[in-house]
Design a protein around this ligand. Structure first.
Ligand code: URA
Length: 240
């Protein structure tokens, strides 16, 4: 059952205007619910079953928003910070009334696939280590990455705090003074990929997330660009 929501919040979520503009529209009798003029901007409505119009046009409301962002370096995966730029700074204001937050964190200097949503349950499922939703990263490593690293990561490595990681899959794309790899992990410990490489004596010099579940980063999105996910893509996020 869909929960009830204030009419002014609903209208601001779909981009009709700010809360104060919406108050004015309501005063001007422009908003109707089930063909009755709304007088109270705090009126609770059921978006699933109530027929809502603004200026005689039907308002289509969605409860959840799902955004794929190609995160650039230099932005925190946070919803607020006193001094640093945050990923929400990159998103059009019209989405902010949905109160989106990042699904998991990418480090400030990490790029790539970051999902922003207000769907707390989905976020929990995607991040839960029990669900084993894989996350794949492309990385450049200072030094040669070899078979011994594939083997170590496949067995799980011990991080600096004594935690032994779950098995992960390492694919070597280029082994040289600067190596290029893809790594797939099923958990998300703090700085996990960087710390895994530290545990085998190597340093990550560039990191980009390229997929979560079966959802791949849309490579047509330039750094800092974003778009809404389709319904199909939302499902792919949870697939293994
Ligand atoms: N692992 C890291 O070390 N950093 C990230 O941002 C993501 C995974």
């Amino acid at each position: 059952m869909s929960k009830k929501i204030r009419i002014d919040k609903l209208l601001s979520n779909v981009g009709v205007g700010s809360r104060s503009e919406i108050k004015k529209y309501i005063k001007s009798n422009l908003v109707k619910v089930n063909d009755k003029i709304v007088k109270d901007s705090g009126l609770l409505v059921n978006p699933q079953s109530d027929f809502i119009t603004f200026n005689q046009k039907e308002v289509n409301y969605k409860e959840f928003i799902y955004i794929m962002l190609n995160k650039p370096s230099g932005y925190l995966s946070a919803t607020y910070d006193k001094k640093d730029k945050i990923v929400l700074d990159l998103i059009d204001k019209k989405y902010l009334s949905y109160e989106p937050f990042p699904v998991g964190r990418l480090d400030k200097d990490t790029e790539g696939l970051l999902i922003l949503t207000n769907d707390g349950q989905l976020s929990h499922r995607v991040l839960s280590p029990k669900k084993h939703v894989p996350k794949t990263y492309f990385a450049k490593i200072d030094g040669k990455v070899g078979y011994e690293d594939i083997k170590a990561f496949g067995e799980g490595v011990v991080l600096d705090d004594g935690y032994k990681t779950m098995p992960s899959i390492l694919k070597i794309l280029k082994s040289d003074y600067i190596s290029e790899i893809e790594i797939t992990i099923n958990e998300g410990k703090f700085h996990q990929v960087k710390r895994m490489f530290e545990s085998v004596g190597k340093k990550v010099i560039y990191l980009k997330r390229i997929s979560m579940g079966k959802l791949k980063l849309d490579e047509t999105l330039k750094l800092g660009e974003y778009r809404e996910l389709t319904e199909e893509e939302v499902k792919l996020l949870e697939e293994r």
